[in-house]
Design a protein around this ligand. Structure first.
Ligand SMILES: Cc1ncc(C[n+]2csc(CCOP(=O)(O)OP(=O)(O)O)c2C)c(N)n1
Ligand SMILES: [Mg+2]
Length: 730
């Protein structure tokens, strides 16, 4: 970290223009890819990520993919941060799996932003109980060495009693005041304490250190943590917030907001820490950096080289993995010949085949949160086993079955139980393994699509920051396609959120062959070309006859749009996305047969990829006068027939391409709360089934030609209720 980079802290855009990197304000691997490994700026994500990173190291070791090694995961967190539910969510997993490769250091400065963490209590005691109860090795690092002689004099325990009685809010007040105040209000409480206080000058009282500021005690705590075996360790380090900031900010309610120090405060800071800087140097805000041959620098350099470097760097070794030929694992999808299957079944079959691949197989990491059976993955239990650090200590009830629940120390499936936060943390550990361990892995986390971006979106955002590579599979997706289950499960929004994550490439495929091509391209980009993208693909549980893949459409599938049912001089064009493509196809049949309307049908595999392409083309036109048109503009440019788009997601998803559609454009979507009912009822309710699509198309085709009475008659013929309320208001 050069001086220039430090001087350009929080200015990473301006710094770049000046030829520097500039230190980012929070640790972002996306912004400083060699410097930071893990983004922990969003409170609570660091702790759960650290646990699953440590667990994933064990997984790689137990599967024989990585030599057992003394490396540890160190997580450094705030005491206020421990109030985030995610912070404590996986503590028992860490002890259950005996993760002695994991150390938490919790900086217990007793404060957060607005005030004390537990003003009327003791956060250290509370955390000790929680971590201890969860089976962790707890090390309390409370008082500095200068307290040792005071405790030695405390023969009747008055000092210990007084400390036990002092709640955190009061300890903060003591931190914010000087020696004289502490003598009067702390040591002045009774004669025994007074006597202990009398052995110190006011300045010595002022300088009494809390454990987390005492290098010897820190060393002792870290040493003990480093050598502890059989359980993870937490070090509860008591400190003062704004340590050494004196009257300007130590222990103040406003410490966190104190973003700069005035000259006088800086001079005091210099004196407090005996920095060899002149008043002028302080005035010019110079850094203190000892000369390269000074004893300090020589010592520091020597320690660094013994320890193997300066910071745990993020190292992308650029290792690539060969991607097996599409035909080797997805022939069944390319030549489906009308075979009935759901896209979930197709995905699981592709994954099962990839797991068998001689080279790639061992890198595949299937991850589930107690839904393997839901997604038809139970056959993988036998095939590759469920990872368990202890193996299987029991005979499973279903031992004779081919779907038997088989746990094994070298099992490959990560079965995370009912924890989406845990499962995504596992996914991220696998998806960043290429940079953390120099070992590329290919994780597939398969989950109810509603419980991804909506529930653990911030963890996905952090995974994106970390340049994760892998597949997130949103299964049982589609608001009207997941029939039967209620509004909490029926997802109509994940594609909208996915589109906002810049390096997330998302698809909503209709057919097994589309899915196969998308997974193939994803593997090419992430494993063979080492691109920093990850894929979000939704699959459904609706069985349907799968067509074989026509020639010449690979590019269209990947760009997001291709024609599935061309027509000469169409009067209307239907864009069907994912599961609703079949409704669009049925609508086309209806339009042709009942109304003699020439209809063309297109499959939209990704509105977000189309929109991104449109945005890029539009900008290129504006800035570089480029004449290149967006893919969707080019594809639909041959006609001015109206275009009707239908998606099983909210309308904002198909709306995202409106600017690039070169014709009248109408969108249908599933805004509103879901219902538990059949697919047919749901699609009628949200007005996205074949009849509603056909009616929307006829409204365009007959615009200005038919009276409203005639349109009502058409609706009646289609058995549509035009007076029903808007679904999103119900
Ligand atoms: C999810 C989330 N919510 C809010 C914030 C804003 N924030 C940044 S630091 C902070 C307080 C941190 O307190 P603590 O964990 O005690 O750490 P300390 O600064 O005291 O070391 C908050 C609320 C955040 N970064 N992430
Ligand atoms: Mg704090």
């Amino acid at each position: 970290m050069s001086e220039d980079n430090l001087a350009h802290y929080r200015q990473e855009i301006r710094a770049k223009a000046l030829g520097f990197q500039g230190l980012s304000s929070y640790p972002h691997p996306w912004l400083m890819p060699d410097f930071w490994q893990f983004p922990t700026g969003s409170m609570g994500l660091g702790p759960i990520s650290a646990i699953y990173q440590a667990r994933f190291m064990r997984y790689l070791e137990h599967r024989g993919l990585m030599q057992p090694q003394p490396r540890k995961v160190w997580g450094v967190f705030g005491d206020g941060e421990m109030d985030e539910p995610e912070s404590l969510a996986a503590l028992s997993l860490a002890s259950r799996e005996k993760l002695d490769n994991l150390v938490f250091v919790i900086n217990c400065n007793l404060q957060r932003l607005d005030g004390p963490v537990r003003g009327n209590g003791h956060i250290v005691d509370e955390l000790e109980t929680i971590f201890g109860g969860a089976g962790w090795n707890v090390i309390k690092l409370l008082w500095g060495s200068d307290w040792d002689p005071l405790f030695a004099r405390d023969l009747n325990g008055e000092l210990v009693d007084a400390l036990n009685r002092t709640v955190d809010g009061q300890l903060q007040t003591f931190a914010a005041h000087d020696g004289a105040f502490n003598r009067e209000h702390f040591f002045g409480q009774n004669p025994a304490l007074q006597a202990i206080g009398a052995t110190l000058t006011d300045e010595e009282i002022d300088r009494l250190k809390r454990g987390g500021h005492d290098l010897r005690k820190i060393y002792a705590a870290y040493h003990a943590a480093h050598h502890h075996q059989g359980a993870p360790t937490v070090i509860l380090a008591q400190t003062k917030k704004g340590f050494g900031m004196g009257a300007a900010g130590q222990g103040k309610m406003t410490t966190h907001q104190q973003k700069k120090l005035e000259l006088q405060d800086l001079l005091e800071f210099r004196d407090r820490f005996k920095l060899p800087l002149s008043d002028e140097q302080i005035d010019r805000l110079e850094f203190y950096k000892p000369a390269p041959d000074s004893p300090e620098m020589r010592y520091l350099q020597e320690r660094r080289s013994t320890l193997g470097g300066f910071l745990p760097q993020r190292i992308d070794t650029g290792t690539t993995l060969a991607v097996p030929a599409l035909s080797s694992h997805a022939q069944f999808a390319l030549e489906a010949n009308g075979k009935e299957m759901s896209t979930t079944m197709a995905l699981v079959r592709v994954m099962g085949n990839l797991l068998k691949d001689q080279h790639l197989g061992k890198h595949v990491v299937p991850i589930v949160a107690d839904e393997a059976r839901t997604f038809g993955m139970a056959n993988l239990f036998r095939q590759v086993g469920i990872y368990s650090a202890q193996g299987q200590l029991y005979e499973p009830e279903d031992i004779g079955s081919i779907l038997s629940y088989r746990e094994a120390k070298d099992g490959q499936i990560l079965e995370e139980g009912i924890s989406e936060a845990g499962a995504i943390s596992s996914w991220t550990a696998a998806a960043t393994s290429y940079a953390v361990h120099g070992l590329p892995m290919l994780p597939f986390y398969i989950y109810y699509s509603m419980f991804g971006f909506q529930r653990i979106g911030d963890l996905i955002w952090a995974a994106a920051d970390q340049r994760s590579r892998g597949f997130l599979i949103g299964a049982t997706s589609g608001r009207t396609t997941l029939g039967g289950e209620g509004l909490q499960h029926q997802d109509g929004s994940s594609h909208l959120v996915a589109a906002t994550v810049p390096n997330c490439v998302s698809y909503d495929p209709a057919y097994a062959y589309e899915l196969a091509v998308i997974v193939d391209e994803g593997m090419q980009r992430m494993l063979a070309r080492n691109e920093d993208v990850f894929y979000y693909v939704t699959v459904t549980n609706e069985n349907e006859a799968q067509p074989s893949m026509p020639e010449g459409i690979r590019d269209g599938i990947l760009r997001g749009l291709y024609c599935v049912s061309p027509c000469q001089q169409p009067q209307v064009r239907l864009l069907g996305a994912g599961p609703l493509l079949k409704e669009a196809m049925a609508a086309a049949d209806l339009l042709e047969s009942a109304f003699s309307v020439r209809t063309e049908v297109w499959s939209v595999t990704s509105f977000s990829e189309l929109a991104r392409d449109g945005i890029a083309c539009e900008r290129k036109h504006r800035l570089q006068q480029s004449m290149e048109e967006a893919w969707v503009t080019r594809q639909l440019g041959g006609s001015d027939a109206p275009v009707i788009a239908v998606s099983d997601y909210v309308r904002a998803v198909p709306e995202s391409i409106r600017a690039y559609v070169p014709a009248r454009y109408v969108t249908l979507g599933t805004d509103g709360f879901g219902r538990s009912d059949t697919r047919a009822s749901l699609r009628d309710f949200f007005e996205v089934d074949a009849k509603w699509i056909a009616y929307a198309a006829l409204c365009e085709v007959y615009a200005g030609k038919k009276t409203s009475a005639e349109m009502r008659a058409i609706a009646a013929r289609l058995a549509l209720d035009l007076d029903k309320p808007l679904a999103s208001t119900l």
